[in-house]
Write a protein that binds this ligand. Structure first.
Ligand SMILES: [Zn+2]
Ligand SMILES: [Zn+2]
Ligand SMILES: [Zn+2]
Length: 476
């Protein structure tokens, strides 16, 4: 269908330039817009995260507010838009970022495999499912060359098992149990972030150099520190205790397994059923088998399932249904998690000195741990670096903690000032912080850990030569 109105030269209603080819993409005949203006309008919908609306016919024309029909847009723009559609996987249970046609390039940035474009936000559902594939991807990097970290499942069970569905995983470097020199403890903030990440949004929109913990792991290696990475946000696991009688129920649960917070991946559930025939927990095992058999049926059905159905699944603005979850015993809150990991794992490290980096709500977890275990921790604690974190000293806190903070803790706060510049509260005594505060070098909270890594290690090891270079590219 052609949308050019007449052979005479007309004006674009937006830029008022004369053009032979104008496009009317809404129901209002007066809204004739040139290709360049359309290109700008669509680009701005992409950068503002509204392009998903176009596919649902909910993106409105800037002139009349009627919905824009995408099949009326200039051909070149349609091609661009179709490349965004190629980031919709052809399954509702994606396992890898490649299924989204995304991958990380050599600069550790997420890019479209075919067009090399940056990530384009489609819907929250699409974003969340991609995000959980990134969780899996980052954890697989942590476990493989050159990092080769060990994955530990908590709570520790009396008998070894391959069934980890009701546990939470943390990671230790392979020298954790032997390195006597020092150990770095990494505690992320609250929310969706899983081991290896400071901020999911930065891993998606910026790069792993900013959003992930790899730069900290690399610096730790340089300074001969072992590393332990906590997982304080995974405090519950998915349970299915009702028999599943419909395919829909199975599909909902499966989807949530891949997407939801506090879940172990569906993969592990399936492995469990295959591997673990000696489980003592028979009730649980049989439920897993039900999931497996129904999801197998589901997969078969999905092959025939038309792509329109999958597309509308990803374009839906409804949140994914919440799965039924149970709290992980002994690790049911972030604070409990940190305490458990300290008592059961960190105390097994032979390191003489401990260094801690805590971001955001991780700071609160750390304060809780210090108060609970100060006599054991303080003697071997070298330094603490907070990155835009939630922590404060209370009047009841011990002098040991207060003095430690004065001498050996630093807080990198979100700020426009250059990284490391002292933030001075000299005129406002009520705001005197618990420890010295310096700029993280970025005004946004989620960027602070990524931007301050050099400063953190200069604080930990002041004898280091100052490095003026940009953030080093690390080899994953
Ligand atoms: Zn125009
Ligand atoms: Zn219009
Ligand atoms: Zn944060």
């Amino acid at each position: 269908m052609t949308t050019t109105t007449s052979k005479t030269i007309d004006e674009c209603v937006i830029c008022r330039e004369e053009s032979t080819k104008l496009y009317q993409c809404c129901s209002n005949e007066a809204d004739q817009i040139c290709e360049l203006c359309w290109s700008k309008l669509i680009s701005s919908a992409m950068t503002s995260g509204k392009i998903g609306l176009l596919f649902n016919e909910k993106l409105s024309c800037v002139c009349c507010s009627e919905p824009i029909k995408r099949e009326c847009l200039p051909k070149e723009i349609q091609t661009r838009i179709n490349s965004i559609l190629s980031t919709v996987p052809n399954t509702k249970n994606p396992k890898t970022i490649e299924e989204f046609n995304y991958s990380y390039n050599k600069s550790n940035e997420l890019r479209h495999c075919l067009t090399n474009e940056k990530f384009i936000f489609l819907t929250q559902r699409h974003y969340n499912l991609l995000g959980s594939c990134i969780d899996t991807y980052i954890q697989s990097l942590i476990k493989s060359d050159p990092w080769n970290y060990e994955e530990i499942w908590l709570p520790i069970k009396d008998e070894p098992t391959n069934d980890h569905h009701d546990q939470v995983n943390i990671f230790i470097s392979n020298d954790f149990k032997t390195n006597e020199n020092g150990c770095l403890i990494l505690i992320q903030g609250s929310g969706v972030v899983r081991p290896g990440q400071w901020a999911r949004s930065c891993c998606i929109n910026e790069s792993l150099d900013i959003g992930s913990m790899f730069p900290y792991m690399a610096k730790a290696k340089e300074h001969n520190l072992s590393v332990i990475i906590l997982n304080p946000n995974q405090t519950s696991y998915v349970v299915v205790d009702k028999p599943i009688d419909t395919e829909d129920a199975a599909s909902i649960n499966k989807e949530e397994n891949a997407a939801g917070e506090g879940t172990n991946s569906t993969n592990e559930k399936q492995d469990t059923t295959v591997v673990n025939t000696t489980s003592t927990d028979t009730k649980d095992n049989s439920t897993d088998e039900q999931i497996l058999s129904t999801s197998e049926n589901k997969d078969k059905k999905e092959e025939n399932c038309d792509s329109d159905d999958i597309l509308s699944f990803y374009l839906s603005s409804d949140p994914l249904p919440r799965p039924l979850t149970k709290k992980i015993s002994n690790l049911s809150t972030s604070r409990e998690h940190v305490l458990y990991v300290y008592d059961q794992i960190i105390t097994k490290s032979p390191a003489k000195k401990f260094y801690i980096v805590a971001h955001s709500a991780g700071g609160d977890c750390l304060m809780y741990l210090l108060r609970k275990r100060q006599d054991k921790i303080l003697p071997n604690l070298a330094k603490i670096a907070f990155t835009d974190s939630v922590h404060s000293l209370l009047p009841l806190d011990s002098n040991e903690i207060k003095n430690f903070f004065k001498a050996n803790a630093i807080h990198f706060v979100a700020s426009d000032e250059p990284m490391g510049k002292l933030i001075d509260y000299v005129y406002d005594f009520s705001r005197r912080p618990a420890c010295q505060e310096v700029s993280a070098g970025h005004p946004k909270h989620e960027y602070t850990s990524g931007y301050s890594v050099q400063g953190v290690f200069q604080f930990f090891f002041p004898s280091d030569k100052t490095q003026d270079e940009d953030i080093e590219r690390i080899k994953l």
